[in-house]
Ligand binder design. Structure first.
Ligand code: PRP
Length: 213
């Protein structure tokens, strides 16, 4: 019996499709509704907020977890990344009003002191530090695009997938931070203890990726 932590929200259906393609049961998972723990065949699924998923693997409650590389980077966890699934692709970007665009292409002094709203304060800090700019980070939990609209911030650092939310709020991409995809992770302990069950999944994942290349 494997326990697997999964992120709720927009990537859940992609995670379910991936699990199904690995031959894991998903019929009950797909009908979970508001249930947060689902027993489906030989799998025990735990459904958590994306930012909390690494914790369930870290504390050994889940043997495995599917987690976005954005969340992994922000949590700075010591989990082992077993595979990049290639699913759940999106981008971490800095976005804001078009008027700010030229400042991102000039000297770092032009972006010094910007107010950046984000739910990724650690990534934002390191991204702007790598550009040599000190900024003011405003930590929010969601609907980040609201911040520059109401002058709570100058720009945002957030994920963009289709670009619909940015466009609907009159914002544009100013800077690329990193590509994002779902990663299969485990704690060091789980990887050792459950390797016999984990290894065949990694082999299937490799085979699927080769088929799609
Ligand atoms: C995420 C992200 C953006 C949006 C981007 O929010 O924070 O707001 O999706 O997606 P798009 O490019 O396809 O429009 P999410 O819907 O996960 O909710 P949140 O704002 O509560 O974090």
């Amino acid at each position: 019996m494997l326990s697997i932590a999964l992120p709720t929200g927009r990537v859940l259906s992609e995670a379910q499709d991936l699990l199904a393609s690995l031959g894991l049961p998903t019929a009950k998972l797909r009908k979970a509704g508001r249930s947060l723990v689902v027993q489906d065949g030989n799998c025990h699924y735990l459904l958590a907020k994306p930012m909390d998923v690494p914790l369930y693997a870290h504390y050994g409650i889940a043997d495995l977890a599917l987690v976005g590389s954005d969340v992994l980077a922000e949590s700075a966890s010591s989990l082992i990344e077993l595979a990049d699934t290639g699913r759940g692709r999106c981008r971490l970007v800095v976005a804001g009003p078009q008027a700010l665009d030229s400042r991102f292409w000039g000297h770092e002094s032009a972006i010094m002191g910007l107010r950046v709203a984000t739910k990724y304060p650690r990534i934002a800090d390191s991204h702007f530090a790598s550009r040599g700019a000190q900024v003011r980070i405003i930590s929010l939990n969601g609907s980040i695009e609201l911040a520059p609209l109401l002058d709570l911030s100058d720009c945002i650092l957030d994920i963009v997938q289709t670009g619909t939310t940015l466009e609907a709020n009159g914002l544009v991409v100013l800077d690329e931070v990193a590509p994002v995809s779902l990663r299969l992770v485990a704690s060091r302990r789980s990887a050792q203890l459950r390797w016999q069950e984990i290894a065949p999944l990694l082999e299937k994942l490799d085979a699927i990726r080769e088929e799609t290349l």
